[in-house]
Design a protein around this ligand. Structure first.
Ligand SMILES: [Zn+2]
Length: 414
């Protein structure tokens, strides 16, 4: 028989937590290392300790709560997510993964269930990447993707560094932030897309995460008066950018079934109604589960940027600022999640995540998997983010049973 959590207790925990940094429109504002993020961390430490977990904070501010195993020397099963939010973000993103993991522990405590391996609950630092870029900084350092000094040097818009702010809120812990022996990692998260809702399903068994490439690019033309300058004498940086936006659409439409492409940021200068745009700084983002599809899209857009510059008689510059290969999760963890969903009779399907998660980095250091629950209207990163409570509870129940399975894996019971 599958185990189940207490829906009422979990609801109370969830609502209490989301009072911290609550916004008038029903969201939360708890960006990384803000006063609200500090209070959210304080609450977690208190609740972890109340649940009998031994709490450690590492030098990136990642927060761990450990429940001992029957054999405490075995590598633990790690479960969790993040509690930093977007500016005026939603109440579910990350939160259900951390609080859900805490609820798993409470259920095991209440039922007096021991597991062979220890279980650790984790809340990763700076997942969202809205105040300090890049995103997934805490799990990235943990997995060896970034070094610690790089992380500490990240600055917000006011020039405060991640290192100073971590110190200021009192969460610069002593524990080294580096890969260590973990049995497995399981993360519960909202889908942030429409697939589950469209198919009327409650649970996504996540098989992997899209790879992606990011470019910073700019065109430099010349600013002239919008009146006296004839069309054939113009060197308009925004016209060239328009060609690139069009090309991104075209490449995404022809480059591979799941390829998506976005120009998400434009900075036009001087940005004035009667001046021909002299300079435009912009970004390009391509993603697919197939790394060679991402590579081809990256090559094609570089050519398109060069062509657009030639056509307009202007200078182009571009730089690849980030490239992450797609991640395929561990078959064993995927199976444990699928078995749990099956035992609970949940309406589930296998899918791939278009968004990056802490699990993408954890996948580099231990067997990893994820569980998705539906995002109503596919919406996330806004105050309107919503998941039906029944689906949240089903997701936590899948996490619970998958965690028990992994924590006792390979152990014969006498
Ligand atoms: Zn998230």
């Amino acid at each position: 028989m599958p185990r189940t959590i207490s829906s009422e207790r979990f609801r109370e925990l969830f609502d209490r937590f989301n009072e911290i940094g609550a916004t008038e429109r029903g969201g939360v504002n708890r960006p990384s290392l803000s006063p609200e993020n500090e209070r959210a961390r304080d609450a977690l430490v208190e609740w972890f300790e109340d649940a009998g977990l031994s709490v450690t904070v590492d030098e990136m501010g990642n927060l761990f709560g450990r429940r001992g195993g029957r054999d405490d020397d075995l590598p633990p099963v790690l479960i969790g997510s993040h509690v930093d939010s977007q500016y005026n973000g939603g109440r579910y993103d990350g939160v259900i993964g951390v609080l859900g993991a805490l609820e798993v522990v409470q259920m095991l405590n209440d039922a007096g269930i021991e597991t062979e391996r220890p279980i650790e609950v984790v809340s990763w630092s700076n997942e969202e990447g809205v105040r300090f870029q890049p995103d997934m900084l805490g799990s990235g350092v943990f997995a060896g993707k970034f070094d610690r000094e790089f992380a500490y040097s990240r600055e917000d818009k006011e020039g405060n560094t991640f290192g100073e702010e971590l110190e200021r809120i009192g969460y610069h812990g002593k524990e080294l932030c580096e890969p260590r022996d973990l049995h497995s990692y399981i993360e519960l998260h909202v889908e942030q897309g429409p697939k589950l809702e469209d198919s009327d399903l409650s649970v996504g068994i996540v098989e992997g995460v899209y790879g992606f490439v990011w470019f910073d690019a700019a065109f430099e033309g010349s600013a002239d008066h919008a009146g006296p300058t004839p069309m054939h004498l113009r060197h308009d940086a925004l016209v060239a950018t328009g060609d690139v936006i069009d090309a991104v659409r075209r490449i995404a439409g022809t480059g591979g079934e799941d390829l998506v492409g976005t120009v998400g940021s434009l900075d036009v200068s001087p940005n004035s109604i009667n001046v021909i745009p002299e300079r435009v700084d912009f970004t390009v983002d391509f993603r697919s589960y197939n790394d060679s599809v991402v590579n081809q899209a990256a090559d094609r857009i570089c050519e398109e940027i060069d062509h657009a510059a030639t056509r307009e008689g202007i200078e182009a510059e571009y730089e690849e600022i980030m490239r992450i290969e797609s991640q395929s999760f561990d078959e064993g963890v995927i199976e444990a999640v699928a078995d749990a969903a099956n035992a609970l009779d949940a309406d589930a399907t296998r899918l791939v995540s278009g968004a990056g998660h802490d699990a993408s980095y954890l996948n580099r250091v231990c067997p990893t998997g994820m569980i998705f629950v539906p995002s109503v209207d596919g919406v996330s990163h806004t105050e309107d983010e919503f998941t039906e409570w029944g689906d949240v509870v089903t997701g936590v129940n899948v996490l619970l049973n998958a965690t028990i399975e992994k924590a006792n894996e390979g152990i014969e019971w006498g």
